[in-house]
Design a protein around this ligand. Structure first.
Ligand SMILES: [Zn+2]
Ligand SMILES: [Zn+2]
Ligand SMILES: [Zn+2]
Ligand SMILES: [Zn+2]
Ligand SMILES: [Zn+2]
Length: 699
């Protein structure tokens, strides 16, 4: 990259006028000098700051580090556009600097630098039939244009033209490196009826409701949403999506979108055990999307008059239709970050008709009141009382009271105020493999082995196999490292995977404690877990991507096998993948926390846009490199087996492979630093040099 030494024109940052720090009007000014604000009343803003404001202390202004210029006060008149073909690693970039792009006149007569055609040309060069912004691999990239100021004219002297162009380019320099990822083959066309059919089929397999809802937003607008629910829960106060018809709603709803928020929606749903029930049909049902949509429209505008909303509920293998009606009007108080309180009125909707209970619903799960929260007040045990500590008189959270107000849901009951004595575990690979386990209240205390003692002296027990999620995952053909909650996609903790539980007192019932821990935040007594591995590119693709961008890729792994017998320590593997510029040192003390190479790779690709942002030099006088496919293209190997071999021999310490264009470096992380082990053209050569050659030892 000969352009590494290139010095771009530098201009004063417009956002902060060169100060590096910028001033903004505090949000309290919008609400005026009042504690209580009525959201529904006409707003008469007096332009004064709230004197008790917790953000600005009453001054009305906030200062912050300018992020347009990274607090340097200066901006580059340079943008770099890069398109990488993820399938082949071919990389092309364009350097957008004054004088480098031919301005054109837009339809309004204004001069501009059109950058989208340049990106499209780069994509064609790398053979990408479609491409996405690295910041949002789900969305189509948006139009990218540098508007030139009104006084730019083609007949100005070159120096004047370039000065104006430099300032205009700098205006987009808050994201100076625009990175796009492409593919050689197009994503297949979507089949929306098939997608809705699959959502229905999953509802049947998982014993959930699939709710298709249309709700009036304004006079003429109807908002459509598709989501999973549990029978008997309240109609949510708010919708989350803005689809204008059913097809748009299907297009905007993946399985995880439909799951998202299920736990919160289930807060008021009664908890039932599941009853074995026959499958309604072998495969996904045939769904007539138009018919579902027409029926919902009929409910919205039908003979009963205008309804505020209508639902089609997929339950027991068929649609059940109901209108929504206004149930109540309630006042809601929300605290703003300023310390002010906003009072607003919210309309609660309810189903006009309740469809018959599903065939899979069995007895109610018995429950008791939550010991850790009070439904009348938002007071919770303060963090300072964790682990049975007496309240700390100097605690900033509670000043020694031991309880503190919070806006977070109660960790014990998820704000349902019920603690269930049983639980239903549902595990699925999101395909055809699904299992349900009723964890019933046992007739007598079951005898479980003591497996460890916490440093504070509390005993740790391990429950039988049927309470260990790892066991069920393997039954379904899944891997323990892939277990995530269906709602939100968070990893399932190790205690639940291995069936271990820490109790406060030796005489406490470990199973009761275990069910409280497992059910916390799962109000309707349903624990819904996914065993499917994350959709992730192979690591070879990421190595090639990083090298194509002339960056280094650091793959880190910690093998926890030495702690295998200690349930209080982390087990399995910890993975991490990072993009680091060639001239920056190794991270000293990495905490590789992803449980599989697939989840590390998926996470890497999700945050690729942020990584590209971080590798741009902070100093605007330093040019941004303009990467093109390296010549010759680098040889790429799959690091998984290689780094596992190294990590096993150095178990208990993270090890890293750092790939660069000429080869690789191997490191072990210990004593707070990265110790260099070996450097070579390939990892197998480096391992051989370390006496760890794979040779015949294929472990
Ligand atoms: Zn600035
Ligand atoms: Zn303020
Ligand atoms: Zn406290
Ligand atoms: Zn609670
Ligand atoms: Zn070995």
């Amino acid at each position: 990259m000969s352009l590494g030494m290139f010095s771009p024109p530098v201009v004063v940052c417009e956002q902060c006028e060169g100060e590096g720090r910028a001033l903004t009007v505090c949000r309290c000014v919008r609400m005026g000098d009042r504690f209580l604000i009525d959201a529904n009343a006409e707003r008469t803003v007096d332009g004064r700051a709230y004197q008790g404001c917790e953000l600005c202390k009453g001054s009305g202004y906030l200062t912050y580090d300018c992020d347009s210029c990274r607090a340097t006060g200066r901006q580059r008149g340079q943008l770099v556009l890069t398109v990488v073909n993820l399938d082949t690693g071919v990389t092309r970039s364009a350097n957008v600097v004054p004088g480098g792009v031919e301005p054109r006149r837009n339809a309004g007569g204004r001069w501009e630098l059109a950058l989208s055609p340049i990106v499209a040309a780069l994509a064609a060069e790398v053979g990408a039939v479609e491409y996405r912004d690295a910041y949002g691999l789900e969305r189509k990239p948006c139009e990218l244009t540098v508007m030139l100021p009104a006084d730019w004219r083609p007949d100005l002297p070159v120096a004047d033209r370039q000065r104006l162009e430099g300032a205009a380019i700098a205006r987009l320099a808050w994201q100076p490196w625009r990175l796009y990822c492409g593919r050689s083959t197009p994503t297949p066309d979507r089949d929306l009826p098939a997608e809705l059919s699959r959502l229905c089929h999953l509802a049947d397999l998982l014993s959930l409701d699939l709710v298709v809802e249309a709700r009036r937003a304004h006079e003429r607008d109807v908002i459509w949403e598709i989501r999973y629910e549990l029978p008997g829960g309240a109609v949510p106060v708010k919708t989350r999506r803005w689809a204008n018809d059913l097809s748009a709603a299907i297009a905007a709803t993946s399985v995880s979108d439909a799951m998202f928020g299920l736990v919160e929606r289930a807060r008021t749903a009664p908890a039932h055990y599941l009853r074995p029930h026959p499958a309604h049909r072998a495969g996904p049902p045939t769904i007539d999307v138009d018919q579902v949509e027409r029926r919902i429209h009929a409910d919205l505008d039908g003979i009963g008059g205008r309804a505020p909303g209508a639902q089609a509920i997929w339950r027991d293998g068929r649609w059940q239709h109901t209108r929504l009606q206004v149930e109540d009007q309630v006042e809601v108080m929300t605290e703003e970050a300023t310390g002010q309180v906003v009072r607003s009125s919210v309309t609660l909707l309810a189903r006009a008709w309740e469809p018959p209970a599903p065939g899979w619903q069995d007895e109610l799960i018995p429950y008791g009141p939550c010991p850790d929260c009070d439904p009348e007040h938002r007071l919770r045990p303060c963090l300072c009382t964790l682990a049975n500590q007496p309240p700390d008189p100097n605690c900033p959270g509670c000043s020694g009271a031991g309880v503190a107000p919070t806006t977070m849901p109660c960790p014990t009951c998820g704000d349902s105020h019920r603690v269930h004595q049983g639980l239903v575990l549902t595990m699925t690979d999101l395909d055809e493999a699904t299992l349900h386990v009723n964890w019933l209240v046992p007739d007598q205390v079951i005898d479980v082995p003591l497996v460890a003692t916490q440093p504070g002296g509390k005993p740790v027990f391990q429950l039988p196999l049927c309470y260990q999620l790892d066991h069920w995952a393997m039954n379904l053909g899944g891997r323990p490292a892939d277990l995530t909650y269906l709602d939100g996609g968070h990893e399932v903790g190790q205690d639940l995977c291995e069936g271990t539980v820490t109790v406060d007192h030796p005489e406490d019932d470990p199973l009761a404690r275990y069910l409280v821990n497992a059910g916390g935040g799962h109000p309707a007594g349903r624990l819904l877990v996914c065993t499917a591995p994350p959709a992730a590119p192979p690591l070879t693709e990421l190595v090639r991507l990083a090298l194509g961008l002339h960056q280094t890729l650091v793959v880190t792994l910690e093998d926890h096998r030495l702690d295998e017998d200690d349930p209080t320590k982390i087990h399995g593997e910890g993975w991490g993948i990072e993009l680091i510029p060639p001239d920056r040192p190794m991270p000293a003390d990495p905490k590789p926390y992803q449980r599989s190479p697939q989840s590390a790779a998926a996470c890497f690709l999700e945050y690729l846009g942020n990584a590209a942002h971080r590798v741009v030099p902070d100093d605007p006088r330093q040019g941004i490199p303009v990467p093109q496919t390296p010549e010759p293209p680098p040889a790429v190997e799959d690091p998984i087996r290689l780094i596992r071999h190294l990590a096993r021999h150095l178990a208990g310490r993270p090890v890293s492979i750092r790939y660069h264009l000429g080869g690789c470096h191997l490191y072990v992380h210990e004593y707070g630093g990265a110790r260099h082990l070996a450097s070579a053209r390939t990892v197998p050569i480096a391992l051989t040099a370390l006496g760890l050659g794979l040779g015949r030892d294929q472990s």
